[in-house]
Ligand binder design. Structure first.
Ligand code: MIG
Length: 713
């Protein structure tokens, strides 16, 4: 990798240790460079078969060719194919071809990536500034470029284990009673669940870090009562601070100059949920320190998880935009004849007054007292630095504890501070399909802990869609059902009985697999290798480069989700050798079948999902609990198709920070002999492993099952 510096860049913090030496750049091998005072253009001629991957949270496929993308974090409730930006920016791209090339453009403003759209053979990257750092990899294995990028940007956030449980959200559960009802429903119906969310209505007048005391009397006790039942309560945090005298957050922020300003240095005003607010200036270390410590108020009450919303930052309107609308409407009213009015202009004005680029260009940030930078130039850092503020603060105050934290907006590097969710998707089959690609694309830039709103946020979810989405959700590290106000309710019991029973089985399957799913997370995070991968990550057959609707989880599983309505099966491609097909309907029903490589049409009615275990790997399972580590079952099932040798490591962490400290390990290796299996079991910190009984369910390549029992000593 080589590092290049253009001009005098803003320090984004994306890269943890700056390489000592930046090269001055006049040419970049393989690229044509065009520099001006305000932009730099990089052009690259792609070969016909080159594949371009990366860019993290973006629409389009895994192969990014044929489209345009723009990095400019946007609060965007319609993820339709015409959109060029979503909530996060990850300007990291790889060209896989005769030579593999990787680029990370560390610039937190607008960059456009035209990947063979204007000219099908040309990749044209336009950086909207002449000041940025560029990291270039050449001729490495492309997988190594990904790992190198993750190392460069500081590795991967690891959530606490309970954050792998099922989670229920709704906009909103507005008072204690509705949260309690949901919690009780889960336990009565025997549906596992670990977390319930508070959306904006828990606050007093949408004032961040307040709780409405009428709707949530004795909030601290409420949090503890829920914890006793095995639920974490997770409040939403929005950055906009309501302008209201005597509101402490506002008063402190104003007094210490913690807010973003306008050009004249006055605190910038932007309207969001609370009405007019000020936006904290997270580029400033003092602001970050102040803000990060505000979460403590909740942490001291027993809260262990947060979700940061609206941090692109979203702006409903500003006084300036509002005036523009009034003027246009006034002109229309004065005319009293719509044909004399600039209708298109009027519509445009009304449609575009929120999240307006003009507003972002009028906000100023002050990373230091006497330093000013226009927000537009560092726009994509806003949510990342908000996450950084939380992360820095808890590391200081609770140095050995891990929290759940995820954000809507993000930038390269913030994958070490927390996870993300994919924002306001819809209850559309198209968005279930998009979810598969999003998991793969976001894992490529280190957001292992991420996921979509299961069932879809906007629009109304139908029973079949919910079931298929939950089936994919089993393999989504963030496994959260969320839906918007005014949409059909999406809690499982709001559907028919059969749907609810099926949903329960799917969620119990997740909990059965959870120790393995989580252990794989730890292992892959420690290696800086994406946890969720496209098939091409480990299978070099050309076919695999085109498969975008199957995914690999960890070292052993391939998932082929059904993402279309009214179908009873799908095509699946199995690369290289043999696979064990688990036609999974419930965790207890574990009859498996050996399949050979190649194309298969596989039946998959609604009560089944397709899970494939790779030959000579092992997965582990245990009896599902109502919530993570409720009873700690003492039997561990170890399952696989073993034709020569196989190994599995089960990692059990102590929930401490850093994640890998003091870990317990169960390490199983096995060799297939002619008639039997030779099993070797090693442990580290045995006393921290809950299991006493090991049950092996081993298939040979003919599909014959052998069951073996061992005691763990
Ligand atoms: O303007 O807090 O993406 O998850 O439920 C909408 C209300 C604000 C957007 C988030 C969504 C959340 C909603 N928020």
């Amino acid at each position: 990798m080589k590092s290049y510096r253009f001009g005098n860049p803003f320090s984004t913090g994306a890269v943890i240790e700056k390489p000592v030496k930046f090269l001055q750049i006049d040419e970049l091998p393989g690229f044509k460079l065009t520099k001006s005072s305000a932009s730099v253009i990089l052009r690259y001629r792609m070969q016909k078969d080159d594949i371009v991957i990366g860019l993290g949270e973006q629409l389009g496929g895994i192969n990014k060719r044929g489209r345009k993308y723009i990095t400019y974090n946007t609060d965007i409730p319609e993820h339709t194919p015409d959109k060029l930006s979503l909530y996060g920016s990850h300007p990291f791209i790889i060209i896989q071809g005769r030579y593999n090339e990787g680029l990370f453009i560390d610039y937190p403003g607008e960059i456009s990536f035209d990947v063979g759209f204007s000219d099908k053979d040309i990749l044209e990257i336009t950086v909207g500034s002449a000041d940025f750092d560029l990291y270039h990899w050449q001729d490495n294995r492309w997988q190594d470029i990904v790992t190198s990028y993750l190392e460069l940007t500081g590795g991967v956030y690891v959530p606490p284990k309970w954050a792998f449980g099922y989670q229920q959200c709704r906009w909103s559960y507005p008072e204690a009673k509705s949260v309690e009802e949901v919690a009780n429903k889960f336990r009565q119906l025997g549906i596992p669940c670990d977390a319930i969310y508070l959306d904006i209505d828990y606050m007093q007048d949408y004032k961040v870090f307040t709780v409405n005391e009428e709707r949530f009397p004795d909030f601290g006790r409420f949090v503890k009562e829920l914890r006793d039942k095995g639920f974490h309560l997770i409040p939403i945090i929005d950055p906009g601070v309501k302008i209201e005298s005597d509101y402490p957050v506002y008063e402190e922020g104003k007094k210490h100059k913690y807010f973003c300003t306008d050009e004249q240095g006055e605190d910038f005003q932007a309207a969001v949920w609370p009405g007019l607010t000020h936006l904290p200036d997270f580029s400033n270390a003092a602001t970050r320190n102040w803000w990060g410590n505000l979460y403590k108020k909740f942490i001291e009450l027993g809260i262990e998880g947060f979700w940061n919303d609206m941090n692109e930052p979203a702006i409903f309107y500003t006084n300036y935009q509002q005036q523009g609308v009034y003027d246009k409407l006034q002109a229309a009213a004065d005319n009293k004849a719509l044909d004399k009015v600039d209708l298109i202009g009027l519509q445009w004005q009304i449609r575009n007054f929120h999240n307006s680029r003009e507003d972002y260009q009028s906000i100023y940030q002050h990373p230091e007292r006497d330093k000013t930078v226009c927000h537009d130039q560092i726009h994509n850092l806003y949510g990342a630095q908000m996450a950084q503020s939380f992360s820095e603060s808890v590391q200081q105050s609770y140095p050995d504890k891990r929290f759940l934290i995820f954000s809507r907006s993000s930038y390269s590097g913030s994958q070490r501070f927390g996870g993300i969710w994919y924002g306001d998707n819809k209850s559309w089959w198209e968005h279930l399909e998009l979810n598969i690609k999003m998991l793969i694309n976001c894992n490529l830039v280190g957001y292992f802990y991420s996921g979509a709103d299961i069932g879809g946020f906007g629009d109304n979810c139908q029973a079949e869609l919910l079931i298929r989405w939950l089936q994919l959700g089993v393999f989504s590290p963030l496994f959260r059902n969320h839906s918007a106000i005014h949409t059909r309710r999406q809690e499982l019991w709001e559907f028919d009985k059969a749907t609810m029973n099926q949903a329960r089985k799917i969620i119990r399957l997740r909990y059965a697999l959870l120790p393995w799913l989580y252990s794989q997370f730890l292992e892959f995070a420690s290696m800086n290798i994406p946890l969720i991968q496209s098939l091409s990550w480990s299978f070099s057959e050309p076919r695999c480069r085109e498969i975008e609707d199957q995914l690999i989880y960890g070292g052993s599983l391939m998932i082929a989700p059904v993402y279309k309505p009214n179908v009873s099966g799908r095509m699946v491609y199995l690369p290289q050798d043999k696979w064990l097909l688990w036609w999974a309907g419930s965790w207890e029903d574990r009859k498996m079948k050996v399949l050979a490589a190649g194309d298969h049409f596989i039946e998959c009615p609604l009560d089944r999902q397709l899970i494939f275990i790779k030959e000579n790997t092992l997965i582990t399972m245990q009896e599902p609990e109502d919530y993570v580590d409720q009873r700690k079952p003492d039997t561990l099932f170890i399952i696989g198709l073993v034709s020569s040798t196989a190994q599995v490591k089960v990692l059990v962490d102590q929930g401490k920070y850093p994640a890998f400290a003091g870990m317990a390990v169960l390490d199983i290796t096995m060799v297939k002999q002619e008639k039997n299996y030779e099993i070797e079991i090693k442990t580290v910190n045995r006393e921290l492993l809950q299991w006493q009984q090991l049950v092996f369910e081993l298939y040979n390549d003919q599909g014959n099952l052998t069951i073996l029992h061992r005691k763990l000593i």
